[in-house]
Design a protein around this ligand. Structure first.
Ligand code: EPZ
Length: 427
């Protein structure tokens, strides 16, 4: 397995291109199931999870072609066409490798009237149930049954009638599945307490580009008027606000000055506010966001929350940055039950972090020291890289496959910013 070697102490500077958003792409790709016409996605990030999703869609009979990607380009253009489906089953061996596979449930149900998807199971950060996905689809008229580790969803004859569902907990994925099922329903559907993440807005905008009728985009109350069919479209994946925030934390911990090309301030206001509270200068730039840290970092106290709150996907990265703040920060993780896997590894690098249940107290220290560390999940891995960039000496981050799921060619991007980062195969 690959590992990354970081020789810390370099101040990051320069411009880094922000890739298309992984968590937008993973819900835009299954939209191709909703029409027999070609769908083209631009600015698709080159990530292991995207490759995995492409493979999953291929086995339903979707044709996919990649165009316009020179080796040096970041991002790709992919055209997908589901002329006819040859299967409506998402098998265990594919779903277990990538939980986001559950996002084929709604569109398969809408297009084919049925879907059989392996239960995704949990992951390092939590048990990740899908009960809200199933309740929302039932509310829209699906019949749901579970058997042998699979969920089977069936639409009544003639298709889903549509319906109303109020989410007891905000769920990004369940909102996405409900939206993709409702757009082809026979009637109207309304979703309340729906997720409002920018990736949901991206999905709604893509569905509207395909001919869907959706009101309340970007709000927690969404109305979908089902239509008979959707047509193809070409759509640009939004920039990755979590990747952008991750590089901002990396710039800040090194006392650097970086432009995040393509990032959108409006997608990441809570992250921008947290950085500013920590004493980091963050300003819009003509082609993105400019981040500069020219003084000591200040401690920050915050809780993660659904959008527009502070993103849980940014918690580990911000925590790494705060290890060197002048004072103690208090972070509370309200979304997932086990999202402090990075803490023991950061402490091995000399951080002083105490966790109690969902709360972590990050006591700022004078310095971090490079060490061999183990990546456990995507965002925890990036927090170890961020710490390594500021640590004295060499840090080796093992199990890089976690990072490759969500950060496009990160060693090349960090090299653009002057970091001493090297990928080494096999460890
Ligand atoms: C999406 O996961 C993202 N993944 C996650 O990003 C992100 O952390 C999460 O949203 C929250 O923003 C993708 O978009 C592919 P949820 P999702 O449903 O949809 C509970 C990353 O690092 N819940 O909003 O799975 C759940 O356990 C990944 O890029 C239920 O109880 O998240 C959690 O506590 C990690 N029942 C809370 O809701 C359900 O049916 C929020 O989960 C669904 C969720």
């Amino acid at each position: 397995m690959d590992k990354i070697i970081i020789r810390g102490g370099k101040r990051l500077s320069g411009t880094v291109p922000v890739s298309g958003a992984k968590n937008a792409a993973l819900t835009l790709l299954p939209c191709a199931l909703l029409t027999d016409e070609p769908v083209t996605l631009r600015n698709l990030p080159r990530l292991a999870d995207i490759d995995g999703f492409q493979h999953l869609l291929n086995q339903f009979g979707i044709s996919t072609s990649i165009a316009g990607a020179r080796p040096e380009d970041f991002g790709r253009v992919m055209t997908l066409q589901a002329t006819r489906l040859t299967s409506t089953v998402a098998p265990y061996d594919l779903v277990r490798k990538m939980r986001a596979s559950i996002l084929v449930l709604g569109p398969l149900l809408a297009r084919a009237g049925e879907a059989t998807v392996s239960l995704p199971g949990g992951c390092a950060i939590g048990n990740r149930p899908i009960d809200l996905h199933l309740k929302a689809l039932e509310a829209i008229g699906a019949h749901i049954e579970m058997a042998a580790g699979y969920v089977r969803a069936i639409a009544p004859d003639g298709g889903l009638p549509g319906g109303r569902y109020s989410f007891p907990v905000v769920s990004v994925g369940a909102t996405e599945n409900a939206l993709m099922a409702a757009v082809l329903a026979r009637g109207k559907s309304t979703l309340h307490n729906a997720a409002r993440e920018p990736e949901i807005v991206d999905l709604c905008n893509m569905l509207v580009a395909m001919g869907a009728q959706i009101e309340g985009i970007g709000t927690s109350d969404i109305t979908i008027h089902g239509v008979d069919r959707l047509h193809g479209a070409t759509y640009m994946v939004m920039p990755d606000r979590i990747e952008a925030g991750s590089y901002a934390c990396a710039a800040a911990i090194t006392g650097g000055e970086v432009t995040l090309a393509g990032a959108r301030m409006e997608d990441m206001e809570a992250t921008v506010q947290a950085l500013r509270d920590a004493g980091v200068h963050v300003e819009p730039a003509k082609n993105g966001i400019h981040v500069a840290a020219d003084g000591p970092l200040r401690p920050v106290t915050l809780s993660t929350a659904p959008y527009p709150g502070f993103a849980t996907d940014m918690q580990a990265q911000l925590m790494a940055m705060l290890c060197l703040a002048k004072g103690s920060s208090v972070l509370t993780e309200t979304i997932f039950e086990n999202r402090y896997m990075h803490v023991p590894e950061l402490n091995r690098m000399g951080a002083h972090i105490e966790t109690k249940g969902r709360t972590a107290v990050v006591h700022g220290v004078q310095k971090l020291t490079g060490a061999e560390v183990m990546a456990t999940d995507l965002r925890a891995s990036m927090s170890l890289v961020i710490a390594g960039l500021a640590a004295e000496g060499e840090t080796q981050v093992h199990r890089l496959y976690h990072l490759d799921r969500g950060y496009e060619r990160l060693e090349e991007k960090f090299a653009l910013l002057g970091a001493d980062v090297e990928r080494v195969g096999g460890d």
